[in-house]
Design a protein around this ligand. Structure first.
Ligand code: AMP
Ligand code: ZN
Ligand code: FE
Ligand code: FE
Length: 292
């Protein structure tokens, strides 16, 4: 079994990268991809341990992107792209681009703290960053609000303060989904549309056309298998992947204790069991693209 979609505490998972490697080895996984949000830090920190444990660790990332809506329309929900670099990690240019994204996230976080403070909430950037390490995101803000008793659970923190339309919402500069695909592809990676079940109604309604527009920029695959995909979702996304001869990937989206109910490799209530063959097909696809 393999798992191609996991998070560590370098983004919003709860396990450290070495701990996740230990867990993968204990589950006898044949390969693991760490797909932290907008950072390669999880992969970088896990690589030595994985090597020592004899675990195949695939360099990967999950990028948050957006699509532009008409002026005045509500922002589109974030669209997640997975980037896989099965042969070698991306070059310095890609890493530079990631640090530019980090800066825009940092600026957003500063404004978010200001907005929360102006709403009478006692919160500092330091305490949020202490949870977020390499990538401080809204889930970390939610945990601070919960720990301080401002909300009853983290969902309430989003609903009241942090969601895109909530009281403290601050827009962040995010790359477009097409730019995300281009960046991954030009860094030698395979860009994969993550958990399509979470796409907004507009993209889901015109899914074939949306996928085609991403293929034009270099999209390589679709995440067909995911803890949140029911059997009908899997069928639908499998059909699209086959229609466009795209790579099929899958993973649990494991976040440790931060997403209870999702287990490494086996997903929710054992709804996943992914064969190593998916990685072989990924490599075959990468070789074919490289030879064109
Ligand atoms: P950020 O990248 O810091 O903007 O945070 C994005 C993350 O916040 C997403 O990946 C979700 O985990 C979480 N999130 C965003 N909006 C909501 C929402 N309305 N309800 C619950 N979680 C959300
Ligand atoms: Zn996450
Ligand atoms: Fe995601
Ligand atoms: Fe994820």
């Amino acid at each position: 079994m393999i798992d191609l979609h996991t998070h560590t505490d370098q983004s919003d998972g709860s396990d450290s990268p070495p701990r996740l490697v230990q867990l993968a080895a204990a589950h006898s996984l044949e390969a693991l991809a760490i797909t932290d949000h907008d950072t390669l830090a999880g992969y970088d920190l896990a690589a030595p341990d994985a090597h020592e444990a004899g675990l195949e660790l695939i360099c990967a990332i999950e990028l948050s992107t957006r699509v532009e809506r008409q002026p005045g329309a509500p922002r589109s929900p974030s669209i997640h792209l997975l980037g896989y670099f099965p042969d070698r990690p991306p070059d310095a240019g890609f890493r530079d681009w990631l640090s530019h994204l980090q800066q825009s996230r940092y600026a957003r976080n500063v404004s978010l703290v200001d907005k929360l403070q102006s709403l009478g909430i006692d919160i500092s950037l330091e305490e949020v960053r202490a949870l977020g390490r390499n990538l401080t995101g809204r889930p970390h803000f939610a945990r601070v609000l919960l720990a301080k008793g401002y909300v009853r659970n983290t969902q309430e923190a989003f609903d009241l303060y942090l969601a895109d339309n909530a009281k403290a919402a601050v827009e962040r500069e995010e790359p477009s989904v097409w730019e995300g695909v281009r960046r991954i592809a030009s860094a030698g990676g395979l860009a994969v549309l993550a958990h399509p079940v979470r796409l907004a109604a507009e993209e889901r309604a015109g899914l074939d056309g949306f996928v085609e527009s991403l293929i034009d920029e270099g999209l390589a695959g679709v995440e067909v298998f995911h803890s949140e995909h029911c059997a009908a979702d899997v069928d639908r996304f499998l059909r699209i992947a086959r229609k466009f001869s795209l790579v099929i990937t899958g993973g649990s989206d494991y976040h440790g204790d931060n997403k209870p109910g999702i287990s490494l490799a086996t997903g929710r209530d054992g709804n996943l069991s992914l064969p190593y063959r998916l990685i072989e097909e990924m490599r075959t696809y990468a070789e074919r693209v490289a030879s064109i």
